[in-house]
Design a protein around this ligand. Structure first.
Ligand SMILES: [Zn+2]
Ligand SMILES: [Zn+2]
Length: 367
């Protein structure tokens, strides 16, 4: 069958919108017709080669849609099921899956770096017959995709797919960082550096966990405003004041948890300095993989912790339906995070807006 998709052929170049030929699902795979896809900052990083994946490839990894067909061996999904595409194939057989840590599934690395399905092949071809990969095994910048069944997480039929699609990456990464990676106790203080989709999700997770001081840090006024609406109690412009000094002053020496959601050396180092003695710096943003950081050693003798967070330390089959429930109950506010709804053809304009720091999330709508 045919599917219209946005393909990255050259690092840094605009995505090419074209019709691709899509093969049906093989064993343990499902065909999904996407309803919508968020555009995540990591798509931008892949486009510009800051994070590397094989090309040519259909980008996009934050989608939700409806199952149209299932391959052999798929027993827990059927046509008509509503699903969110998770970032991990959760193969169930690797060392990490067997320890109930599917956010570290070894197949996930393969599909991320090689842009293929877990069996090493792709289901997409362009008009010239060239094989086209799909980012993170899900390639959501396409009307349809064949994805591993483990990536397709069934959700409540009543949940609006064009909104809960954000749970596929940004929300699970951010809310999961606050609820799973660390244990925030009611009354704790948090700082969040970067208020895009992931940062705003961390802020909401911290609010849900009962943090009473949540300091949002972002140079863009609209993002600070949104952060205050979604649960932040304070907002700091890091261009106007020294954010480390400001956080330490507000939280009497530093916060219990300092989250970094940008993936930059300077702000990762700032997060460490914002955490109080016995506090934790949590690195959620994904930097270029050759980034090296420098930390003053003194903090270790204040018993500070330094933690990475990958996909919100989540078990998608359990956490994604839980985050959908939090949204349906009104605890998790996703509508406010969607600043633009666009057509697939406008994806390159959305990247341009992202490079200017505008908006929290653009969502591509499919017919
Ligand atoms: Zn993402
Ligand atoms: Zn696995």
């Amino acid at each position: 069958m045919k599917t219209k998709a946005a393909v990255l052929y050259e690092i840094g170049a605009p995505l090419v919108i074209e019709e691709l030929e899509l093969e049906g699902p093989k064993a343990n795979e499902v065909l999904v017709k996407y309803t919508a896809s968020g555009i995540c900052h990591s798509d931008y990083s892949f486009r510009y080669g800051v994070i590397k994946s094989a090309i040519p490839s259909v980008l996009g990894h934050e989608g939700a849609g409806i199952v149209e067909e299932v391959g052999s061996g798929v027993t827990d999904l059927k046509p008509g099921d509503h699903v969110i595409a998770s970032l991990t194939p959760a193969c169930g057989n690797c060392l990490f899956c067997l320890e109930r840590k599917p956010f570290m599934c070894v197949e996930m690395g393969k599909v991320i770096w090689q842009g293929c399905l877990p069996d090493g092949t792709t289901r997409l071809k362009n008009a010239k017959g060239q094989a086209i990969g799909q980012l993170v095994g899900v390639g959501t910048f396409s009307e349809r995709a064949v994805i591993p069944a483990g990536n397709a997480i069934k959700v409540d039929h009543n949940a609006p797919l064009d909104t809960v699609c954000l749970i596929g990456c940004g929300v699970t990464t951010g809310v999961g960082a606050a609820l799973n990676t660390v244990k925030i106790n009611p009354g704790d203080s948090c700082a969040v550096i970067g208020c895009g989709g992931v940062g705003l999700s961390i802020i909401q997770g911290a609010r849900i966990a009962g943090a009473t001081m949540i300091i949002a840090i972002d140079p863009v006024p609209q993002k600070r405003e949104l952060a205050l609406k979604l649960g932040a109690t304070h907002a700091i412009d890091p261009k106007a004041v020294n954010p480390v000094k400001e956080v330490r002053a507000l939280a009497r020496g530093g916060v219990h948890f300092a989250f970094e959601a940008l993936g930059l050396k300077a702000t990762i180092e700032q997060a460490w300095s914002m955490a109080r003695a016995t506090g934790t710096a949590v690195i959620v943003g994904v930097p270029s993989m050759d980034t090296e950081i420098e930390l003053p050693v003194l903090g270790f003798f204040g018993e500070k912790h330094f933690k990475g967070s990958a996909y919100g330390t989540s078990v998608p089959s359990k956490d994604i339906p839980k985050f959908v429930d939090l949204f349906m109950k009104g605890d998790l506010k996703l509508d406010a995070m969607i600043t633009n709804r666009i057509r697939l053809e406008d994806v390159n304009d959305a990247f341009d807006a992202m490079s200017r720091g505008e908006g929290a999330r653009s969502v591509i709508m499919y017919n």
